[in-house]
Design a protein around this ligand. Structure first.
Ligand code: NAD
Length: 417
């Protein structure tokens, strides 16, 4: 199995070109479907876990139109009620409700299983899903511990069907363009430093508030920030060498208790990661801010690129993403750029600033036998390695040597090192 962090065709197109091709393809599909009312969209999905992201996947799959949402299973019927009600607002297709995980996974009417349950259930749900032999989409993070993640890698290494991990931030318009500028165009020259930050409101409400406890989520840096470590890993295009971090719980959920257990999730942190190729990176998290602001800054010998997004968790306030490129005068081959970037609103508004739409497009392409730039289980594991090492550094107060950390966690063979 390939242990590479990078995606070979990841930098190919800028976001506008990606969106233009996708919109043209969608229009063509719609036209064909209008001409032939009964045309089957091709693939058929079952959703396991009908909460916030399960509902987003149902909406996006329907919008894309390359698969039908056939059925769902959740341990809470209230979640299925909500998901069905939302589904009825944009689709009149039938929707099957299963009464067990086994029944949901084994129905031959579907060929793709979406696992959208809380982090601490991924391992067990995947264990059942994998007996189906069907394609599997597994939400991030793949597990709550490195031991479970390692077993997942073992489980999937011999699996013949597609397995994709739900790390879709790579498809946000500003990051797609950042990768394209840095790697397809070489705009900033050889990369030397990468800084990434997320300032945002606290963790949202979840069913039974599972995300307020590290034992359920894997810890804040694993649960939330695996997205950012995935982006940094891809941008550094190398394996991490060392990690040092500082963080804690300063403001959020200090008085939150469930069954006598107090919430223990970190709400801020600073992480420094050095890579084997010499690139130095840092990540800042703060989760007690009014609105969401993400920023990626990449500096090379020729210039600086800044990709930003600001958005609100308040419904009706739209998000804004931008990219800025400043190139040293002596090496200038293009004028400095400062531009707002976005996907068409139908895609942008469908979930995670349109990133989920392109994640589905990549999954469908994989199912149709094409090579894609979607997150692999090994990339999911590498993001977890950095996040877990940062958490270990916070609790031990030491610098984590990644080779040693990988060895201590019996991951050397899994990562093919
Ligand atoms: N990729 C992303 O950007 C993104 C965004 C949000 C959530 N997520 C991930 O998606 C997963 C779900 O998050 P959410 O926000 O939808 O949570 P949620 O609490 O809104 O929904 C989870 C649902 O799973 C159900 N469930 C729990 N255990 C189950 C089981 N064993 N079998 C079937 N159903 C079960 C719950 O009843 C609930 O309806 C998590 O892993 C989370 O990290 C990813």
């Amino acid at each position: 199995m390939q242990s590479d962090i990078r995606c070979s065709r990841f930098y190919a197109e800028p976001s506008k070109q990606r969106a233009d091709v996708a919109m043209e393809a969608r229009a063509e599909r719609n036209q064909n479907q209008n001409q032939n009312q009964n045309q089957n969209p091709g693939h058929s999905i079952v959703i396991i876990g009908a909460g916030m992201i399960g509902r987003e996947h149902m909406r996006v799959a329907t919008l894309l139109g390359r698969a039908k949402v056939y059925g769902l299973f959740d341990i809470h019927s209230s979640s299925m009620d909500k998901a069905e009600e939302a589904f009825r607002s944009y689709s009149d297709s039938p929707l099957v409700r299963y009464d067990s995980l086994e029944a949901a996974c084994s129905d031959s009417a579907t060929d793709v299983i979406f696992i959208c349950t809380p982090n601490f259930t991924h391992f067990e749900v995947l264990r059942t899903a994998i007996t189906s032999g069907k394609a599997i989409f597994l939400e991030k993070p793949m597990a709550t511990s490195l031991a479970d993640a390692a077993e997942i890698i073992e489980m999937v290494s011999a699996y013949r069907a597609v397995i994709q991990i739900g790390m879709q931030y790579r498809y946000k318009a500003q990051y797609t363009d950042a990768f394209h500028e840095v790697y397809a165009k070489g705009t900033v020259g050889e990369v030397k430093t990468i800084s990434m930050s997320e300032y945002r409101p606290p963790f949202l409400d979840k069913v039974e508030q599972w995300n307020k406890f590290n034992s359920n989520s894997g810890g804040t840096l694993v649960e939330k920030c695996c997205h950012y470590f995935d982006l940094i890993n891809l941008m550094a295009n190398s394996r991490p060498k060392s990690v040092v971090a500082s963080g804690g719980q300063a403001v959020n959920f200090l008085n939150f208790e469930q069954n006598g257990v107090r919430s223990d999730v970190d709400d801020h942190g600073f992480v420094i990661v050095e890579y084997e190729n010499g690139i130095r990176t840092n990540f800042t998290l703060n989760m007690f801010c009014p609105d969401l602001v993400e920023e990626l800054v990449v500096c090379g010998e020729k210039g600086r690129l800044v990709a930003t997004e600001s958005s609100s968790f308040v419904a009706g306030i739209s998000s804004k993403a931008a990219i800025k490129i400043e190139v040293q005068a002596a090496t200038k081959t293009q004028p400095n750029i400062s531009a707002d970037i976005t996907y068409p609103s139908i895609v942008e508004e469908s979930g995670h600033q349109g990133a989920t739409y392109f994640e589905h497009e990549a999954l469908m392409d994989q199912l149709d036998g094409q090579e894609t730039d979607s997150a692999t289980p090994l990339q999911g594991l590498w993001a977890m390695v950095v996040a877990s090492a940062a958490q270990e550094s916070i609790s031990s107060g030491t610098v984590i040597n990644i080779k040693q950390f990988i060895d201590d966690n019996q991951l050397t063979e899994k990562l093919d090192l």
